[in-house]
Design a protein around this ligand. Structure first.
Ligand code: AMP
Length: 150
């Protein structure tokens, strides 16, 4: 398992702006925030991607995510937020240790609103979502194989 920068932060070898810690999880402010309050929620288990995470650590993250999101919303006054979780380089993951981004959204600030020309240069999350199609036959076939493994 890779010893990532987040493992070093968890062990206290590298400093961070920690906002939460329990036996399984820490939450820190992102060092290069996309918006005010951008926070990373990180299980202490050094799994690279979420499919490698144990049930206990997954449950521990799930237990605190809503609470941390509520605190961030309250403190920043954000009207919304995105939860972003990248798994693998092809998905844009840079740090190979599971982490959840909580990214507060402020529609009135200089951040991501798709197609708003005056707002395109500032920091922020820009999500491009181009839906494809799924036929009933494809869904049946794909669903059958996935269900078999669960
Ligand atoms: P990802 O692309 O999902 O792997 O995102 C990694 C995130 O970790 C980025 O948003 C970085 O800004 C953030 N990051 C990297 N190093 C640190 C650090 N030492 N403290 C806080 N955040 C960090």
């Amino acid at each position: 398992m890779t010893d990532s920068i987040f493992s070093k932060i968890i062990r206290g070898e590298i400093s961070s702006h920690k906002v939460y810690e329990d036996d399984f999880v820490i939450a820190i402010l992102d060092i290069a925030p996309l918006s005010e309050g951008h926070t990373l929620v990180i299980p202490k288990e050094p799994a690279e991607t979420i499919d490698q995470l144990s049930d206990d650590h997954a449950a521990a993250v799930g237990r605190v995510l809503p609470r941390i999101a509520r605190a961030i919303m309250k403190v920043t006054g954000a009207t919304a937020y995105n939860l972003l979780q990248n798994n693998g380089q092809d998905a844009g993951q840079v740090v190979p240790h599971v982490h959840f981004h909580i990214i507060p959204r402020f529609p009135d600030r200089n951040e991501a609103i798709e197609g708003a020309p005056d707002k395109e240069n500032g920091p922020g999350l820009r999500v491009t979502w181009k839906p494809g199609t799924l036929t009933p036959e494809e869904a049946l076939e794909l669903g059958k194989h996935i269900k078999r493994l669960l």
